[in-house]
Design a protein around this ligand. Sequence first.
Ligand code: ATP
Ligand code: MG
Length: 219
Amino acid sequence: MRTIAVIARKGGSGKSTVALHVALAAHLRGRKVLLADTDAQRTATYILKGRRGAGPELVETSGAKLFTLQLGAVKTGADLMVIDTPAVVEEEISYAIVAADLCLLVIRPTFVDLAAAIQTASIVRRLRKPALVVINQAPPARTGVETPSVKRALEALLLLRLPVIPSILRARLTYQSALELGRSVEELDPPTEAAREMAELWTFVEGFLFGRQNAERAG
Ligand SMILES: Nc1ncnc2c1ncn2[C@@H]1O[C@H](COP(=O)(O)OP(=O)(O)OP(=O)(O)O)[C@@H](O)[C@H]1O
Ligand SMILES: [Mg+2]
């Protein structure tokens, strides 16, 4: 089993949106997924409870219980645990990072989010965990050219030596309307640009987490 911690010291950057979409992406591709909601706001819980039909297993928990939860999940044959975390409670974030094989650091391309990313990156480094940045709520690229805000964010993240997932998530109402139904943008009909960028993001994350396992399966 692999574990992803979705983190950011800045509130509202899109942690719950990304945690839910990553969990649903793995679920839709046949993996057995558990979503651990360690945020007292319970955003992910609220959304997943509104989902009809099969989906990731949901556990309302806290950082201190993650290790026990992981042991139990391994026994049940889970493939992936996704942890949604609160923005401000550093202890909770640290527990999630310790439990994780991979941290997804969610940031908007704004100065305040980048400033907060410095703090988050330092916790991740202290705990020696791999981290990838998800740029979220980005303005659309104009004829394939990124806006100055996204360019600045990419430069800043390069300086911070934080690798960025190439599939940038744009600000799109589809993310909100899909989650209102407890669904991923990938489940909406007709297919949208949001679904395409989310599928690309998952392919990247899956390759990072399960690369060798995928190759073995194929071979
Ligand atoms: N790519 C996106 N496009 C449009 N809206 C988005 C996108 N990502 C997130 N949002 C919206 O932004 C708001 C905050 O998102 P979300 O709850 O996922 O952030 P969060 O980091 O989990 O917040 P918190 O720190 O409160 O836990 C929500 O209204 C969500 O629907
Ligand atoms: Mg949240």
